[in-house]
Design a protein around this ligand. Structure first.
Ligand code: CTP
Ligand code: MG
Length: 228
């Protein structure tokens, strides 16, 4: 089986709220997008599909470490639509049993070690799985500023990307979710709807997603520490 990557990058970063979309902000010498793409392209992949928004004039002018691996598609209204567009594009190249890794372009701190761990853990799997970390804080359900109850955190995981699945299964899962108008916020969610088992693979808490402005400084500190 061969490996492919998809990087959804068609979001507008509404929670971040900057004029420049968050994926084009700089972390040291490169944009968030260049960090994420260059790290994923160090894997033994056949190609990497970037889903960008229709009015994006920045992405294709950036330089990347492995430009020959890159393919571009236009994303959609929701993250799932962007991933589905990239999957439909990949149909011309990928076989059903190939692997596809979907990674948020907003996660530039992904470590080579964690990527290798994901590949190793899922190698013999028939379906796939994702990087995740156990919830570490105490969780409480709240309502109108009052604690309703403490939610036991055993068995709870915070999910990251990459999420890695067999190409044929993920395509079927996303197409079905689309037709049935299910709101799935990650690839695993679509696979779960098919009733298929999804593996949790231990990742690192440093694989943060840049969501709010304060996350940019955090990502800078993480990248700096990784290079030391
Ligand atoms: N994404 C996408 N297409 C969309 C929405 C999101 O490709 N229609 C991508 C984003 O570019 C990002 C990833 O999915 O890399 C994770 O999404 P998120 O962190 O939510 O980014 P945004 O949707 O851009 O941010 P927000 O939800 O705050 O608007
Ligand atoms: Mg979003």
């Amino acid at each position: 089986a061969q490996y492919w990557a998809i990087l959804p990058a068609a979001g507008s970063g509404s929670r971040f709220g900057s004029e420049t979309p968050k994926q084009y902000l700089k972390l040291f010498n490169k944009t968030v997008m260049q960090h994420s793409v260059d790290r994923i392209c160090q894997l033994p992949i056949e190609g990497c599909v970037l889903a960008i928004s229709a009015n994006d004039s920045t992405a294709q002018s950036l330089s990347f470490a492995q430009p020959d691996l890159l393919h571009w598609v236009t994303g959609g209204a929701e993250r799932m639509d962007s991933v589905l567009a990239a999957m439909q594009y990949l149909q011309q190249y990928a076989s059903a049993e190939d692997w596809v890794l979907v990674h948020d372009v907003a996660r530039p701190c992904i470590l080579a070690n964690d990527l290798q761990h994901l590949l190793d853990e899922l190698k013999e799997d028939a379906v796939g799985g994702l990087l995740a970390v156990p919830v570490r804080d105490t969780l409480k359900r709240g309502n109108a500023g009052q604690v309703v109850e403490t939610v036991p955190r055993d068995h709870l995981w915070q999910c990251q990307t990459p999420q890695m699945f067999r190409f044929g299964l993920l395509l079927k899962a996303l197409q079905q979710a689309k037709v049935q108008q299910q709101l799935v916020t990650d690839e695993a969610g679509a696979i779960e709807q098919l009733g298929l088992p999804v593996k949790l693979v231990s990742g690192s808490s440093t694989n943060i997603k840049i969501t709010y402005p304060e996350d940019l400084g955090l990502a800078a500190a993480i990248l700096k520490a990784q290079l030391e």
